[in-house]
Design a protein around this ligand. Sequence first.
Ligand code: FAD
Length: 408
Amino acid sequence: MEKDTDIAIVGGGLNGPLLALALSRAGFHVTVLDAVPVEVHTDPDFDGRSYALALGSQNLLRALGLWDGLADMAQPIEDIVVADGRAGFGATAHHVHFDHHELEEGPFGVMVEDRHLRSALMAAVQADDRIEMRAPARVVAQQTDTRGAALTLEDGTVLTCKLIVGCDGRGSDTASRAGIRRMQTDYHQTSLVCALEHEHPHDGVAHQMFFAQGPLAILPLRGNRVSIVWTESTERAQAIQALDDDNYLAALAPRFGDFLGDVQLSGARFAYPLGLSLAEHWTAERVVLVGDAAHGIHPLAGQGLNLGVRDVATLAEVLTDAKRRGEDWARGPVLERYARWRRFDTAGLAMATDGLNRLFSNDNTLLRGLRDLGLGAVNATAPLRRGFMREAAGLGGDLPRLMRGRPL
Ligand SMILES: Cc1cc2nc3c(=O)[nH]c(=O)nc-3n(C[C@H](O)[C@H](O)[C@H](O)COP(=O)(O)OP(=O)(O)OC[C@H]3O[C@@H](n4cnc5c(N)ncnc54)[C@H](O)[C@@H]3O)c2cc1C
């Protein structure tokens, strides 16, 4: 039966447009629906949010032809320093220094500002004849059966398709409408996010410092600017967020230290309450989940979007190969192939970030001793260090073609 589109993607945040571009390269017709108008996503004002994109994700951007437009605005992550911090003293002597020269592929990845990434994605989507972007378009209902699927929008429009992809974030209604439940825990932590301008050069070094209330990540941006993800207990974070800019910086100073000289705020300040949110299943009849709709993890390793990018590359490859073989690509056996491929990587990262947060976000003397011992051991053991570096760069495990920079 004729359908309005092959694949309807609910959610035009980051993973939705990326998936649409990957699928279009393989000849699928795709419709992306987002509740928010496109202009909101592409607002050029700098809003302080940025992403650490691992080398594997950068490979995918390159394979999809997006990298050339982003390269000049991206800051390579040359080194990563992970330290057990003490408020008032900054990083302690217990730390691991990951030097990209030990990695034959080069820097671990790049820092890209949210505004640049979203604008590049939207421009590519709008220029693509096989992709239709509808926004604002809120999906309010979905129907699926063995013959096809349909989405109902808030204005009553019905869109028919062969497959629905839920890219609608942590609270995914696509998942709940399909009867998929999720496991959720509240970390009772909130990340404060903003960008800072500073006096001394950052040399492309990313810092991750662990404090009893939560980690502080200092991530290099182009120029003398860094993006921070400063995690505190939710109660304390709310109090800090309510401060004026001067007092906000004064509260940050004991953790940030003075290694970058004088610092000033650059752009707006954000607060993100943190939790772990994992869908119990990734597929249902003609429905599949991608990105935060499938897994929302702690941001301490900067891997949430990278995990979503790996979903995108994997789903695009599985669907493309199934289509080339003449299989019914929108049905259970094919979708399960995708879910099986992604399960181990996702579970591993969700557990690792959850475990690291529990191990480091406390002031227990015994645990402090243990983790300092651990950091010292990793720092002193080259093969262990290189293993962590390959994982951070998104080069570990069984990678789909796009993550290796190859076409579909
Ligand atoms: C503090 C913080 C720092 C982070 N830093 C990093 C980092 O450095 N590196 C990294 O890899 N990851 C990072 N992440 C994770 C990353 O931000 C997320 O993984 C990513 O934004 C998820 O993108 P998404 O497209 O899956 O979902 P979202 O960005 O949540 O997009 C979902 C979209 O769906 C739309 N939508 C929802 N419901 C409907 C509906 N009914 N109809 C139509 N549209 C709908 C919404 O409007 C939205 O646009 C960080 C996260 C946090 C909280």
